[in-house]
Design a protein around this ligand. Sequence first.
Ligand code: SPV
Ligand code: MG
Length: 289
Amino acid sequence: MKTTTALKTLLLKQELSFLMESHNALSARIAEESGFEGLWASGLSIAASMGLTDRNEASWTQILEVVDFMTDCTTVPVLLDGDTGFGNFNNVRRLVKKLSQRHVAGVCLEDKLFPKTNSFIGAGQPLADVQEFCGKIKAAKDSQLDDDFCVVARVEALVSGLPMEDALMRARAYADAGADAILIHSKQSDGEEVLSFCHQWERDIPIVIVPTKYYQIPTDRFEQLGVSTVIWANHSVRAAISAIRSITRSIRQNNSVAQIEQDIATLDDIFNLTSEYEHQKAEQKYLPA
Ligand code: SPV
Ligand code: MG
């Protein structure tokens, strides 16, 4: 199955689907190996792994390069966090064309302004004009090279402190503009506003959520309310930071690696993850004996 079709199937199926954050090829490969059926190429996590803020400091072609390595070494679909589309409708057209060419299965576009700021920073952030954002969604849909490429429209109204009616109005407008799914985002830790949004959502198109702050709500509750897809948005890069910090500190304190050898991946693990052994077989096949 094409990865675009696989992502569309994940979004449309009755049961809850899960996308795991990946920020480079290695984390993508590990997420697939762990059984995830789809990946979230997180803007925050890719930027963090470059040592940059989540404010569009990295250019869109630098992001494209990272996501290209991710799709190259996996078979599951990748949904790219496309932020605000890196400009206006025209930048969106170019982005979607290049993503389609690189076998990225879909893009998520959020209704904020370029350069964006992470949703968990500061108070309310200015939102895009509804009609202008609808134009971006239409431009994205008109530019996809594959019929099943998915455009997820992300509603930031609740994050910006606007009332539920605004969030619903925006989501309906984005659905009308052709979005394949709506991502409703929230930074509240009790998850109530997302539950309430789902309760009031009357359209057929799928809802995607990112329970980074309201992680204590059992996923069953979202499934009961008809949520389609849950994104675990930053847990791979956060795991990497914790593990790297702990091991690095231990090496520094002990001037030795003996005490941590059992706690880290083996070299063989690296060779497996990077298909080293396949290369050895290929040498036998293609190099003169
Ligand atoms: C990301 O992973 O970059 C996201 C999700 O956009 S969040 O950080 O929650 O805004
Ligand atoms: Mg992001």
